[in-house]
Design a protein around this ligand. Sequence first.
Ligand code: ZN
Length: 174
Amino acid sequence: MSKRNIVIEPDPILRKKSQAIEEANDDLRKLLDDMLETMYDAPGIGLAAVQIGILKRIIVIDISKDKEKKDPLFLINPEITFKSKNTSVYEEGCLSLPGHFAEIERPAECHLNYIDYYGKQKSLQAKGILATCIQHEVDHLDGVLFIDYLSKLKKDMIIKKLKKHKKELNQIVL
Ligand code: ZN
């Protein structure tokens, strides 16, 4: 496994739509392993491939709080088939928007069809933090970020700060 670099907003790739996977093979599993390592290292509870610059419809998630008991979930070609009418609000962050958080309202429950790590067709019903995490990550596959749910003013302010932050990261003093 090897750690990859995380793409930080603003970056045009984060706005692109990711492509479906045709075959769950060893190369794909290696990429999923790298994504998981990158997510654990960050640390975060979810990561979409686009966040390491790869436009493929794959996601890794691990919402287990216990570091000793890892419980990774690999989602290939995830498709949300149901969203509940009742909603919940969580304060969301994103590895591509470091340091920024906002309360986002989303459907409290969702159902999902996906292909697992071994290429098997699966489905799951999610609620609570997992439901929010899945919706946040699936949004990434369609070029959507959580700041898109905020007012234009708030969103522009966050992007401006991130732009400044990125510029500082690239500065070197010799
Ligand atoms: Zn994110």
